[in-house]
Structures are given as C-alpha cells and as structure tokens.
Design a binder for this molecule. Structure first.
Ligand SMILES: NC(=O)c1ccc[n+]([C@@H]2O[C@H](COP(=O)([O-])OP(=O)(O)OC[C@H]3O[C@@H](n4cnc5c(N)ncnc54)[C@H](O)[C@@H]3O)[C@@H](O)[C@H]2O)c1
Length: 484
C-alpha cells in the first residue's frame, strides 16, 4: 500500500499545532517533536501479508515461558494518560513497586510520581521533557516490567527496546499497527525470552470472565460462532482533542478495523485461539466515511484547523474471521456514529448463546448442565436468563479472579474494576514466574486484524490470510484454563 507523506494531515503538523494550541488553555501541551511517523509503517501486499515467516535461528517459543519467581515486581511506566491508571493499580498491589515513570509532558510524569508517593510513601524516578527520555527508563537495571501506554506508533519501538534491555514489555492496545510489527514483537520476545503481553483489559471484565468461566465449564456445548466489536462514539470529543491528533490521523490513511482487540481479545480466549484453534482468514467491508467529515465541517473543532483533512476510514467496518476449525467471528469497529457503547460480546455454542449489551443468556431446552435448574421452562423465543435473573446467575457462577480481587478492583476502579484485575493478574503471573494469560502470540494475533482488515477492504473484501505467529504451535499449545 502506498502512503503519501505529503498528505495535508501530517502528524508532525498536528504535534506542532498541539504544542502551541494547548499552551495557556490549562491543557497539557504535547511535544513539538515528531515521533515515528505512522505513514512510514510498512504495510504488506496481498501475497506477503499472510505468509508465516521462518523462526530466526536461536529463537525459542515463549508460549510456556517461565521466569524466576519474584517477591516484588518492579515496574516502569511510559505514557501517563491511560498509563496513569496502570500506575494507580500497581500502587494498590502489595507485591508491585512503581520504580519509574515517564511522559514527554512534565506535569504528567511528576503528577503520577506524586500520587505513588502519597499512596506508598516511596517516590518513583521521573523522566520527561523529550520524546527519547523513555530510553533512560528502559535502561535501568532495577525494573522487571515496562508498561507502554503511548500513541500506537511508539508501541513497537518501545517494546523492542524494553525486551532487548531484559524487561518484560506490557503494551497497550493495539500492541502493534501492522503485521510486520507483530512479527517484530514475536521475534524479539522469542529472542530475548521476555514476555510481550497486550494489556487487553476487556479480557478481565466481570462479564467476559463469567462467559470464559462458563465456556470452560461446558455450559455452551461446542463453540461455533462469536460476535464482538468496539463501538464507542469518540467522534465528537476524543478524536478531536488536542494532543490526541495521532489517533484521528489513522483515519486519514487506513480504512478497516482500527481498534480490534477490545472485542476480539475475550472471544479469542473463549475460542482458544492460538491454543487449539487459530485465525485462518479475514474478510472485511467498510461503510462510507461520513461522521468525522460532517462533524468537522459543522463544528469546525480547534478553530477550523482541520478543514483540509481527508478521512478514508469507513464509519462502520465489519469483518468476519474464519478459524482453522471452521468457526466464525464477526467483529465491528465504529467510533463515530451516534449510538451507545458496545463490545457485543456474543458467543454461540450448540447448547447456549450469550450476548452482552445488555447481558442475555439463552439455554437450549435439552441442556442438562449441572449448573442449571432442571425444572426451568425454556423456549426458543425468549432469553432464559436476563436482567435480575441473569445477575443472580452470574454472581453465583462468577470467575475465581472476581471472587478473589473483585471487591478491591471496584474500590481502586478503572473501567468498572477490570483495569485493576488485569494489572493484578498480569503482575501476579510475573511474581509467580508463570506465563501470563496473554502472550506475544495473542498480542500479535489480535492486533494483526487491524492491517488484515485494511488489506481485505483494499482488495475489494477478498480474504486476507492470517499469518501463523505461533508457527504451528497453536496445534499443541494447551488451552488457557480457569485462572484463579
Ligand atoms: N485499554 C484501554 O481501555 C485503553 C483506554 C485508552 C487508551 N488505551 C491505549 O493506551 C494508549 C495511549 O492512549 P491515550 O488515550 O492515553 O493517549 P494520549 O495521547 O491521551 O496519551 C499518551 C501519552 O503518552 C505520552 N507520550 C507520547 N509519546 C511519548 C514518548 N515518546 N515518551 C513518553 N511519553 C510519550 C503523551 O505525552 C501522553 O501523555 C494507546 O495505545 C491507546 O490505544 C487503552
């Protein structure tokens, strides 16, 4: 795919403007310096995108990587808007220590450090001011895990360097923008034998953990289809916010599913993707682009500065993934239409079907699972469990992680508590020295759908083959169990 660096909506201009425009408005100014330009990212052609690359000599798979157990897990944080939430979670986890924090913006770095000191009595080291200050953080020899919560174009360069310097890299969503970047993460994780996990908090939502738990208990029978999405109206606020131009910028040169992992991560876990099944190919269609342009023209955000931006990403992207076992996943992306938030979170099996937003569970009349009431009347025109009845059923059958840390998670907060559960579980895996629930193969499989959907849209919705980041390992890797 060709990328024209002379397009008007260049990230460097955005950043320069952001730095000036935010000054004096009580907003954080962003750096005038430009980071990696996403328009130079290597996008692959139809033939090469699905190719499975050979494992470089000396690299070893990491799907069962274990490491030395630790008493304290020492953490460093880069990017402190979203990242501030991770810092807050760690400050509330007794076996975690916030050793260092970094942001280009001084106030953000210092503010995060102060909040840690207030909570724990210990002040972390602070790095700020220029866009390369993070290199000093990853070079420290007293950090086990680096959390990366920066704009997407920074994820991979930061994760690669962190792993090279001997740290586990925990990377925000999507872990990578391109398939080529996904391979870079896989190869580095295998080379340096460090975990490279995606921070997919939605895998730790109470509802998602319940569905995973029930799927593992066999309530759904045999699994065959799932539906998921990221539907979140950001098109009148977040996408135009000063300092966040980077995110809107992707809408100017990529047409596909730009944020696949929130919906896909949980359903990939239900279906054992990478652990007994694998993505085979994706077909993708996009609706016309209308809402960003319409809002830009009507509201003239940021004093009309964006009048020449041209948006190419269709408002609603719908993709279908076919798996190696023949199962199907429908996944949607829409961040601009006026409609309520949804990740759909649908799972269909031979014996039951669950859908979220709002949560509903249908049980086949012949389903005799021991968790169910044998006298219950069921019919094909109604959900068996919904509203209060489902809430009770979910509480009675909640996931062991929710039983263990659900109360604390609600107190600490962050997307209803799921951010805390994510942080607790991921850091507890490092503490114990066991493999985290989300390995680099999950990070790559889920994130790759971004460029694969763009490829399919570009090819007139022809199937884009999914590369096998496990290089055959998915056939023998054991399914993710019920984590406790
Ligand atoms: N999992 C979730 O629920 C969730 C929610 C929001 C954002 N995110 C993800 O988190 C990441 C960050 O999103 P955001 O909304 O916080 O973006 P943002 O632009 O609001 O914040 C990014 C922060 O990173 C800093 N930064 C940028 N370049 C840097 C560099 N070179 N060195 C140090 N700091 C740098 C910026 O100054 C800023 O403070 C993205 O990957 C996004 O997709 C995830």
């Amino acid at each position: 795919m060709s990328i024209n660096p002379k397009e008007p909506s260049n990230r460097r201009d955005f950043l320069k403007f952001g730095a000036v425009a935010a000054t004096g408005l009580g907003l954080y100014a962003v750096s005038a310096e430009a980071g990696p330009d996403p328009r130079t990212l290597k996008l692959l052609g139809t033939q090469e995108i699905g190719a499975t690359r050979p494992r470089p000599a000396g690299n070893k798979p990491v799907w069962d990587l274990t490491t030395k157990p630790l008493e304290k897990v020492r953490c460093g944080y880069i990017g402190l808007n979203r990242g501030r939430g991770h810092v807050n979670s760690a400050a509330n986890i007794p076996f975690a220590e916030v050793v260092a924090v970094c942001d280009i913006v001084e106030q953000r770095a210092k503010g995060a450090a102060e909040s840690v000191k207030k909570k724990t009595g210990k002040e972390p080291a602070v790095y700020f001011s220029d866009e390369n200050a993070w290199e000093k953080l990853v070079a420290r020899d007293d950090i086990d895990v680096v959390f990366i919560s920066t704009p997407w174009e920074w994820h991979v360069p930061m994760a690669l360097k962190a792993m090279e310097m001997g740290k586990h890299a925990f990377v925000e969503v999507s872990a990578a923008v391109t398939v080529d970047e996904c391979w870079q993460l896989v190869d580095a994780s295998e080379k340096y034998q460090r975990h490279c996990s995606i921070l997919e908090n939605c895998c730790y939502g109470e509802e998602e953990l319940f569905v995973l738990h029930m799927a593992r208990q066999g309530l759904f029978g045999e699994l065959k289809h799932a539906e998921c999405a990221y539907i979140h109206d950001l098109g009148k606020g977040v996408l135009w916010a000063l300092g966040r131009d980077w995110r809107r910028n992707y809408h100017t040169f990529m047409d596909g599913n730009l944020y696949p992992t929130h919906g896909l991560g949980p359903v990939a876990q239900y279906l054992n993707i990478g652990r007994g099944d694998a993505f085979k190919f994706v077909v993708s269609v996009s609706s016309p682009e209308l809402n960003l342009t319409q809002f830009r023209d009507k509201a003239q955000p940021n004093k009309g500065r964006h009048k020449d931006e041209k948006f190419v990403c269709g408002d609603m992207n719908t993709s279908i993934i076919k798996t190696q076992l023949g199962r199907t996943i429908m996944i949607q992306h829409d961040v601009v239409s006026p409609r309520p938030y949804s990740r759909i979170n649908g799972l269909c099996g031979t014996e039951a079907t669950f859908f979220g937003y709002p949560a509903r569970l249908a049980i086949d009349a012949g389903n005799k699972h021991p968790l169910l009431d044998p006298l219950e009347k069921r019919n094909s025109h109604e959900w068996t469990y919904e509203k209060e009845k489902l809430t009770k059923f979910m509480q009675a059958n909640c996931h062991p992680l929710v039983t263990k840390v659900g109360e604390l998670a609600k107190k600490v907060g962050g997307h209803g508590g799921m951010d805390f559960i994510l942080n607790y579980r991921m850091l507890d895996c490092v503490r114990q020295g066991i493999t985290p629930d989300m390995t680099v193969y999950d990070a790559a499989d889920w994130s790759a759908i971004l460029e694969l959907s763009v490829r399919s849209v570009k090819d007139g919705s022809a199937p884009a083959q999914c590369p096998d980041f496990t290089r055959g390992g998915w056939r023998t890797v054991k399914p993710l169990g019920i984590v406790s």
